[in-house]
Design a binder for this molecule. Structure first.
Ligand code: SAM
Length: 289
């Protein structure tokens, strides 16, 4: 790898000098905590599954610390950034990386299928990002629910969010997001990142996770929409049994829910957190029958 201008971008004084010169101030509302620990971005880029033949989509490049590591290892890197104030900063920090480009926009509003088709035709693509914490789960769910043709999502999220997202069914930590994630992907925890690795330092530590996208869903569903409605309702009121939570959350008569549970082989007093993905799928399929 060749040494490039500003190669030590995560060096605090270099970072402050560049941001100061551009008159940049951090926005809390946009979840702007930039990485200053030089070992984190190379590690993320190494583990996200990208190579010189493939593309990578980044969300929220900030001043480009991770973008540069991804560009060094990929055929093409495209980063979506909402904050227009960062565009001149990125033009400078990515100047030596012709295979990296920035698309200005809100990841929640962009047509990501179109973006991938236009930017990475015929290429294998992975997603890698240090996500803004205020939209962690919505971004992950958008990418998974839209069934983007990607191999994996490697993302840094707050530690608690990582535990929730990666929780296995039949554990106390499992919730609606974990069950939904499990349907689309196999989650794994990669490594921990302390709060001191960021500028400004947030109040919590972070975790890098990788969601390996499944080529096929692990269970067969009559209706994906119905399944996600059921999962949301079943985990929505944790102190209730699944019967009460689903009947209240989905506005269905208790009798109808109880019969569906019986046909699915579930005990009437079962709770969502005691159910495997297969059980939740059977429950949903019987409700949709
Ligand atoms: N990747 C950089 C790093 O690791 O230092 C910055 C990460 S910072 C946690 C999150 C970034 O996401 C910021 O640059 C922020 O402006 C951007 N961002 C926030 N909301 C966004 C949105 N809806 N769409 C795209 N980018 C967004």
């Amino acid at each position: 790898m060749t040494e490039r201008k500003n190669d030590r971008l995560s060096d605090l004084s270099t970072m402050r000098e560049i941001l100061g010169r551009h008159g940049f101030t951090f926005s809390k509302a946009l979840g702007q905590n930039f990485l200053i620990n030089p070992s984190v971005c190379p590690r993320m880029a190494e583990l996200c599954g990208v190579d010189e033949e493939s593309g990578v989509l980044e969300i929220g490049p900030g001043m480009g610390v991770l973008t540069r590591e991804l560009a060094k290892r990929s055929k093409k890197t495209v980063a979506v950034e909402l904050d227009t104030r960062l565009l001149p900063v990125l033009a400078e920090t990515l100047a030596d990386y012709p295979n990296a480009s920035v698309v200005q926009g809100d990841v929640m509003k962009l047509d990501l299928h179109r973006l991938l088709q236009e930017e990475f035709p015929g290429m294998r693509v992975a997603v890698c990002a240090n996500l803004p914490y205020y939209i962690t789960s919505p971004v992950i769910m958008k990418i998974l629910e839209e069934k983007l043709p990607i191999t994996a999502l490697t993302v840094m999220v707050q530690k608690e969010a990582a535990q929730r997202i990666c929780a296995k069914p039949r554990t106390r930590a499992c919730g609606a997001v974990s069950a939904a994630v499990q349907y689309y992907a196999e989650p794994e925890i990669l490594f921990q990142v302390s709060r001191g690795s960021f500028l400004p330092a947030p109040n919590v530590d972070s975790t890098v996770i990788r969601l390996n996208v499944r080529p096929q869903p692990p269970v067969e569903l009559r209706s994906e929409k119905g399944f996600f409605r059921l999962v949301k309702a079943a985990f929505g009121q944790r102190r209730k049994t699944a019967l009460n939570a689903v009947s209240a959350g989905m506005g269905l008569p208790k009798e109808q829910v109880a019969q569906a549970m019986e046909r699915a082989g579930l005990a009437p007093n079962a709770r969502a957190e005691q159910m495997t993905l297969e059980m939740l799928a059977a429950f949903s399929n019987e409700l949709e029958a």
